[in-house]
Design a protein around this ligand. Structure first.
Ligand code: HAM
Length: 420
């Protein structure tokens, strides 16, 4: 039985085949995401993976609607797996914003589902680190989020040589469009042409722009001059004060595909341009109002960082650590009359927080030792009786080969010392 196309199985390391997805690498990424979000004062939230279809059809825009994994459930409800987290977040905020002091900073690590064509960096399921700030209009909030993107990527060992944040503004593009008397009904369609500029041929873009009454030459000239708006300059200055200037540049190619963005937008890319976007986000000051039917009006902004492109990039730059099983101890049970005493020791060590394993059934001692080595145990432990008949633990450090015999009650202390 095959798994569905675009979905992944995650195996524990060591992987029997290098192209399999690693559950350890996934956990490594989640840990870094969580820890950096918390360092920035973000609090974790979550929502359901299934939502009413309507939550996405009116708010996210055409492109994502075409990629929805939707169906009718047994209760005749039109539902969809979540393709993104932002509409769920907006709904959650609208329901209980009064219970929180503003601005609030929240993060989540949802699994998302998009029925799109499978390609490099794009699957039908991915995990996405979402961080959002709600209730703050000042660009200081935009800068704070961008700093979080930068610090998160730096925590994996990536540097300014590896990635860059391309900073842009829908306001700037809106002004551009209005100055040229663009038809307001075509505004979002125009944004989509800009969004696809780098992926389409110039001829195709020229054709589409012409229908909107614009030319590729004027669009290209606007991108080329790349002058920061006052708002973008404030963000650049804020990031410069943090020593993060090297990680950002103004780039009006970025406009974002999703319909709800209203102001500053940004995307993180690898410097060499080999991969799809690592992360993307921006302001969506009207979404909470839209989703709450006008009841709650709060400015908001955030970003999403996917695990797929990030992992491709970390692999390409050889930045993933080795994921060893890393046991603190493997208990050798060579004398079956000591199995009960060994189990007691194993439980005590686990209760003290150590990672300990052993052979579940009677096994030849050389096989047990081999297993300890395969599992990269730091120590082996063996329960023995001394001449006085007392239970002792023989602890052997497999790196230094040093062996000590201590009363079983002191085995935890001994293991703690070797952990260093
Ligand atoms: P997005 O640009 O659609 O934004 O996705 C953000 C990131 O998720 C992308 O840069 C990419 O790394 C990853 N990603 C998206 N689709 C896929 C896919 N099919 N396979 C693998 N990775 C993917 C959003 O989703 C916004 N809701 C982010 C946001 C949060 N904006 C404000 N708050």
């Amino acid at each position: 039985m095959e798994r569905l196309p675009g979905f992944r199985d995650f195996y524990p390391e060591p992987l029997p085949q290098p192209d399999l997805w690693s559950a350890d690498a996934r956990q490594y990424i989640f840990d870094k995401w969580r820890s950096m979000a918390r360092r920035y004062g973000f609090r974790e939230y979550d929502g359901p993976p299934l939502e009413p279809l309507e939550l996405f059809t009116t708010k996210s825009g055409e492109e994502i609607v075409g990629q929805l994994y939707n169906f009718i459930d047994k209760g005749e409800r039109a539902i969809s797996l979540r393709p993104e987290m932002t509409p769920t977040l907006a709904r959650m905020i609208a329901a209980y914003e009064r219970g929180y002091k503003k601005p609030f900073k929240w993060f989540a690590l949802p699994q998302l589902f998009r029925y799109e064509r499978q390609q490099k960096g794009r699957l039908r399921e991915h995990f996405q680190f979402n961080a959002d700030i709600i209730g703050e209009r000042d660009p200081a909030a935009d800068a704070e989020l961008i700093a979080l993107v930068i610090d998160t990527l730096r925590s994996f060992g990536l540097t300014e040589q590896d990635f860059v944040i391309r900073l842009s503004s829908r306001n700037a593009w809106q002004e551009f469009f209005q100055q040229r008397q663009g038809d307001p009904a075509q505004e979002y369609a125009f944004y989509q042409i800009i969004d696809k500029l780098e992926r389409e041929t110039p001829e195709a873009s020229e054709q589409k722009l012409k229908l909107a009454g614009l030319s590729l030459a004027e669009v290209s000239a606007f991108i080329e001059q790349g002058k920061a708006t006052a708002e973008l300059q404030t963000i650049l200055d804020n990031l410069a004060a943090r020593g993060l200037s090297e990680y950002v540049k103004i780039d009006y190619h970025v406009i974002r595909g999703l319909a709800y963005y209203t102001g500053v937008v940004f995307e993180a890319f690898d410097r060499k341009g080999e991969f799809r976007a690592i992360a993307g986000g921006g302001r969506y000051d009207n979404l909470v109002k839209l989703i709450s039917g006008g009841k709650v009006d709060l400015p908001a902004l955030g970003f999403g960082m996917g695990d797929v492109v990030l992992l491709e990039l970390l692999k390409a730059r050889a930045l993933l650590p080795r994921f060893d099983a890393a046991l603190d101890g493997y208990c050798l049970i060579e004398d079956e009359t000591l199995r009960a005493a060994s189990l007691k020791l194993i439980q005590d060590l686990r209760a003290a927080g150590f990672v300990v394993d052993y052979s579940l059934t009677p096994t030849k001692s050389d096989k047990q030792f081999k297993r300890a080595q395969e599992l990269k145990a730091a120590n082996t432990l063996k329960v023995e009786r001394n001449l006085a008949g007392e239970l002792m633990a023989k602890v052997k450090n497999l790196k230094t080969r040093q062996e000590t015999v201590v009363p079983v009650s002191e085995a935890a202390t001994r293991l703690g010392e070797t952990k260093g």
